[in-house]
Design a protein around this ligand. Sequence first.
Ligand code: DGY
Length: 324
Amino acid sequence: MSKPKVILTRKWPEAAEAKAKELFDAVINKDDHKMSIEELKEAMRNADALCPTVSDFQIDSEILNVKNRNCKIVANFGVGFNNIDTEAAKKAGVIVTNTPDVLTDCTADIAMVLLLSVARRIGEGERLVRNREWSGWCPTHMLSTKVTGKKLGFIGFGRIAQAVAQKAHFGFGMEISFYDPYPPSDEIIKKFSAKKFDTLEEVLRDSDFITLHCPGGGSNTNLMNKDRFALMKESAFLINTARGDVVDEAALVQALKDDVIAGAGLDVYAKEPTVTEELLSMNNVVLIPHLGSATTETRVAMGLRSLANVKAFFDGKEPGDRVA
Ligand code: DGY
C-alpha cells in the first residue's frame, strides 16, 4: 500500500523531517519559502495531510473548500491554531490537530526571560555595553524593578501559564493570581497558593506584572486595549508570549509613551514579522522574534507530535491532539 502524502509547509528541524520521510511520502519545503495561497490550495488537492504553521497564510474556508480537495487532516505545527479556521474545517469535514505539551516549558522560559529582562532593563544594558557607552558602575546607574516577591497576574491559566507560575512562584517567590473563564482544578490553584479573580479587570488592577496566556483571534483580539491598560498600575509590566493580536499595539504604544504602564516584554506581534517603528524606538520594551518554542529539542518534538497525529489518523485511530 502506498504511504499517505504529507506536505510540510515550512522547513522543519532535520530529525523531524527525517521522521516525516520515514513514515510518509513527505514533501519538504527545501528553501523554506512562505507558500502562496495557490500553493496551499494545490497542497490541499495533492496531499492526504497538510502540516502548516503559524506564519502561513490562514488555512481558511477558501483553501479548505478547494475543488477536488484530497487532504483529510491539517496537523498544525504549533499549539496555537488561530492560523486555521477551525469552524470552516469542521464544516468541510477536515480534521485539525495541534502540538500541545511539548512546547510548554520552553515557552514558559521565554515568558520569564521577558519578565526579567524588561524589569531589570537587560535590553537597554546590553545595548549600552555593545555601543561602548558604559562609563562604569555607580550607585544610581540603570536602577530597575525588583522581581522577587512581586505579584504576577495571569490572563489565562492553562498549561503554559502554570509552567510560568511554577518558575515564578517557586523560583522567584512571586505571588500568583489569574483570571481564566475555564479555571484549573482547586488542586492546581492550591499548589501555587494562587488567587482566582472573577474578572480580567481585577487581575489588571492587582498585579505588578501581567502575563498573557489566552488564545489569539475571536473575542480575544485587542483584549488588552486602552481602557484595560488604564487599569494596570503605573509601575506594572505587560508580558506577551501568546498571540500578537491579543494586544492593541497602538494602545500599548500610547500607554508606554504616557507612562500608563512601566514597560512591556513582547515575543509576538499583531502583524508578524512587522514590528512598529514606535515600539522599535522605545527603551522600556523588550522585543524578541516569536522565540517561545524555539529550541531544537522543542521544535523537533513539535514536528514529531504533528506527525503522530497524522499517523494516528491514517492508522484509523483518533488523533491525540484533535482540536476540530
Ligand atoms: C505555538 O506553537 O503556538 C507557537 O507560538 C508557534 O506557533
